[in-house]
Design a protein around this ligand. Structure first.
Ligand code: MTE
Length: 414
């Protein structure tokens, strides 16, 4: 019988991609042949001595130096944000130690044995859950990206950031484990008049956001696991909300209270902040969804290519509105576009790794990517965003990011 799924997969790989892959393979074979001559030197006595002892908790190699960077150094200690070094990542998962951070008043140190989650308001039976009770409930694990809506904010004002980390490092992607929020709400019994759920964090800022009940009952997680171990203190230990595809701020960390309401609470975080100020002085309010976005992470600003030849263009794409359908790459500033290959599986509300083999001819190039999701939404250009929203906005910037490659091999922002 004809294998339909194979046919579909084949269709995704364009002939242009196949041709460039063949050229890429030819070039790398030539590189391998030159290296082979020196191979024997690698088999000396090095590495025959016993290595370091075993250790109870793993560390990366001391040769690996990449770190989160403070986005606004000099701020009050504990408050502010650090950025994920997107250019150093492989695949789609952000190692927990490199997950971006955004705290309004530092990281509280919470003892899980003492931590409680209160659900009250328009419910049949208010309940205080202890951590051990939450962990006894049926759990799920899902891969989701998290992006602060302030990510790439400086690009609005035409102040382009010079590296992937500096422009889009307020985005990370993890496997989150926990209990669906709907399970907890069903335990308490939600009254028919309920329409919103206010979630409040247990840090000094008491970051609090209202979530429409429909979303709360749909795919929101009360997460205690991150990439296979407990959520890190910086990410909300012992529990946080994961609100798939929605702006970072609503993903309340150190979750301690859920108040079921018939209207949004209009907290400071949603009434005085996290709205999109337009050119006419009005604002979009409750613009929760993080729209389709992508970024080429290699070759990208801050890097240097050794010389003309075979390279892989790679990066990350994501969309909070619908699954990523395609990513297109241009190396001539948007005149021509080619479809990148998407690493499977492509998951809803997760980052997607894209790749395209490329042969650099040594001339100037302007490299960028655009994400298209299954709703048909196409990642806009900077000019399109500014035309729609002006330059006063601070949130939800998702314009195409260009990198300029000069003949010297140097890459800067375009
Ligand atoms: N929750 C609490 N309680 N306190 C906070 O400061 N910051 C919010 C959100 N949840 C915050 C919070 C913001 S603005 C963002 S972008 C995300 O958490 C960042 O999550 P992360 O630090 O795990 O990356």
């Amino acid at each position: 019988m004809k294998d339909q799924s194979f046919d579909r997969a084949k269709d995704n790989v364009s002939h242009a991609n196949l041709r460039s892959r063949r050229r890429f393979l030819a070039a790398t074979t030539a590189m391998a042949a030159t290296v082979a001559g020196g191979l024997t030197d690698l088999w000396g006595d090095e590495g025959r001595e016993p290595g370091s002892p075993l250790r109870p908790y793993g560390e990366r190699s001391p040769f690996e130096k990449t770190v989160r960077k403070n986005s606004r150094p000099g701020q009050l200690s504990g408050t502010g944000s650090t950025l994920t070094p997107l250019e150093s990542l492989y695949g789609i998962i952000t190692p927990s130690a490199l997950h971006f951070e955004r705290h309004h008043s530092g990281v509280p140190m919470i003892d899980p044995d003492k931590h409680e989650l209160l659900i009250h308001g328009l419910v049949e039976k208010p309940i205080v859950f202890k951590m051990e009770e939450i962990k006894r409930l049926p759990s799920v694990s899902r891969i989701h990206f998290l992006e602060c809506s302030g990510s790439s904010a400086s690009e609005y004002q035409g102040d382009p950031a010079p590296t992937p980390q500096q422009t889009a490092g307020l985005m990370s992607c993890s496997e989150w484990s926990g209990v669906p929020l709907s399970t907890l709400l069903k335990e308490t019994g939600v009254k028919p008049t309920a329409k919103w759920v206010l979630a409040e964090g247990g840090d000094a800022s008491r970051n609090a956001r209202s979530i429409p009940l429909e979303k709360a009952m749909d795919d929101v997680l009360v997460a205690y696991g991150q990439n296979g171990e407990a959520v890190r203190p910086e990410q909300g230990y012992p529990i946080r909300l994961i609100v798939p595809g929605w702006e970072g701020n609503i993903n309340v960390k150190w979750l301690q209270r859920l108040h079921v309401l018939d209207q949004p609470a209009m907290t400071r975080d949603e009434a005085a902040d996290y709205d999109d100020l337009l050119a006419n002085g009005k604002s979009y309010r409750f613009s929760f969804v993080m729209e389709a976005k992508s970024i080429v992470t290699r070759p990208a600003g801050g890097q240097r290519l050794a010389g003309p030849g075979a390279y892989e263009i790679t990066g990350l794409a994501w969309s909070g509105r619908a699954r990523v359908a395609a990513v297109e790459i241009s190396t001539d500033g948007g005149k021509n576009w080619r479809k990148a290959e998407l690493q499977q599986p492509v998951l809803k509300n997760a980052a997607v790794r894209f790749r395209l083999p490329w042969n650099w001819d040594g001339n100037d190039a302007v490299i960028g990517s655009r994400c298209i999701d299954e709703s048909g939404y196409v990642q806009p250009t900077h000019e399109q965003i500014v035309a729609a929203r002006g330059t006063h906005a601070r949130f939800h910037y998702n314009g195409i990011k260009w990198w300029r490659l000069q003949k010297s091999g140097e890459l800067t922002y375009a």
